[in-house]
Design a protein around this ligand. Sequence first.
Ligand SMILES: Cc1cc2nc3c(=O)[nH]c(=O)nc-3n(C[C@H](O)[C@H](O)[C@H](O)COP(=O)(O)OP(=O)(O)OC[C@H]3O[C@@H](n4cnc5c(N)ncnc54)[C@H](O)[C@@H]3O)c2cc1C
Ligand SMILES: NC(=O)c1ccc[n+]([C@@H]2O[C@H](COP(=O)([O-])OP(=O)(O)OC[C@H]3O[C@@H](n4cnc5c(N)ncnc54)[C@H](O)[C@@H]3O)[C@@H](O)[C@H]2O)c1
Length: 445
Amino acid sequence: MSYDLVVIGAGSGGVRAARIAAGHGAKVAIVEEFRVGGTCVIRGCVPKKLLIYGAHFAEDIEDAARFGWDIPERKFHWETLRDNVLAEVDRLEGLYRQTLANNDVDIFEARGVLKGDGKVELSTGETIEGKKILIAVGARPNMPEIEGIEHAISSNEVFHLEKLPKRVAIAGGGYIANEFAGIFNELGARVCIINRSDQILRGYDEQVRDRLLQLSLTKGIVFHFNTTFERIEKQEDGSLKLIMNGADDMVVDQLLFATGRKPNIEGLGLEDAGVEIEDGAIKVDDYSKTSADNVWAVGDVTDRIQLTPVAIREGHAFADTEFGGMDRKASHDCVPNAVFSHPPIAAVGLTESQARQKFGNEVKTYTSDFRAMKNVLADRNERSLYKLVVNPLNDKVVGIHMIGPEAPEILQAAAIAVKAGLTKAQFDDTVALHPTMAEELVLMR
Ligand SMILES: Cc1cc2nc3c(=O)[nH]c(=O)nc-3n(C[C@H](O)[C@H](O)[C@H](O)COP(=O)(O)OP(=O)(O)OC[C@H]3O[C@@H](n4cnc5c(N)ncnc54)[C@H](O)[C@@H]3O)c2cc1C
Ligand SMILES: NC(=O)c1ccc[n+]([C@@H]2O[C@H](COP(=O)([O-])OP(=O)(O)OC[C@H]3O[C@@H](n4cnc5c(N)ncnc54)[C@H](O)[C@@H]3O)[C@@H](O)[C@H]2O)c1
């Protein structure tokens, strides 16, 4: 029961760190209280993206008519999509377990609590010991204290709904709210986003998020801004009555709270182990080292950037540094990100306003506001918007912001250019690949 490394949490960051450390020859244990794979695989990125694909067929089937296809009957079965997605999640969990087993990582299916001096107490009653400990316990949905909040669901439950709700309200205006608004709306539900502030997707480029708002409104999603909840009442027929400040009462079948995620720091024995907390998250240095000897933390529990590839990089850098004899830090600069809304948004680097703050008002921007060829023939009045933000001092492209079909797929490749510090002139030097949407990136003048 004595290991070189004990990892608490078998999610994105923990599994990567365990596998890489074991590959470097360390004896590794991983402790998981729920399911191997963590949020991303079990109830985050993966099932969410599969639902996005499922939902998008609604538009494709509609558009198909203009391309000559006669699809006489449109019927959607939520249970089929849900069960297939959940089966795929099961398959992936199996693969994650296999990878750990192949690397001789011992899996303990229990909750782990730090006891200090390298000891981790398991809910099974056992205690295991690690020369080094990695905390990778992630975050959980933030459910604000509101009367009747127990009637609402979070993203944890949304993948398991028995029936597709006819009327859905979603609290929040961030990633999850906009992604699930798109999913439910495409699947035929009436969707309303209830947001306490006056904007969606804070931190994203203003023009891009305004375009998403306009397109979402056109597709029928209703928005209530500057609105807060007073209470939630369950009615006799099972529906929910929402009593709000800033909007009229509303009755819905399902209420989803998507109001951020809180690091899982409670009940973990952090105090006993001497691990310091800052702003509700574990405080770490550039090497993910906590304030305690031989204890590190990666991923959402450190609340740096709550994204899977970031947790993975942090876990990998930790394992390489501590067990591979390398000096590795995870970079948090130029991290590409996407919102899988309908249509999706993708971005990397500085927004126009961030660049103006950093480089002054001479910052140059180039935009392309166009209708994708497919949308033109489909007679779908949905315009895409691409924007390049350029540092006037050296012509470097410091930000790319996009909304339109396949934006995340396109942005991943373009993000390499931004990370590499390429200039606008080098973008212009690249010959377009025609006919694509991505060619707009090298045609903006
Ligand atoms: C609905 C949704 C959609 C998302 N979509 C995306 C996306 O498209 N792209 C993207 O990059 N990111 C997305 N994310 C974010 C992404 O899932 C997280 O950033 C990522 O999973 C963080 O990894 P982690 O290793 O820090 O934690 P997690 O993956 O959450 O893993 C932590 C693990 O620790 C376990 N655990 C907690 N406490 C203990 C304990 N005391 N003992 C034992 N085990 C414990 C948990 O059960 C969990 O399995 C999404 C998140 C959600 C909720
Ligand atoms: N595509 C992706 O990469 C993706 C998708 C989903 C989630 N995620 C990750 O998961 C995290 C959580 O997603 P999220 O959408 O819940 O969070 P978010 O931070 O994107 O948005 C939270 C929203 O809730 C609002 N809010 C916060 N507290 C509130 C309260 N008490 N009452 C009312 N409104 C409140 C905020 O103003 C904001 O609009 C994200 O930050 C992101 O890092 C990523």
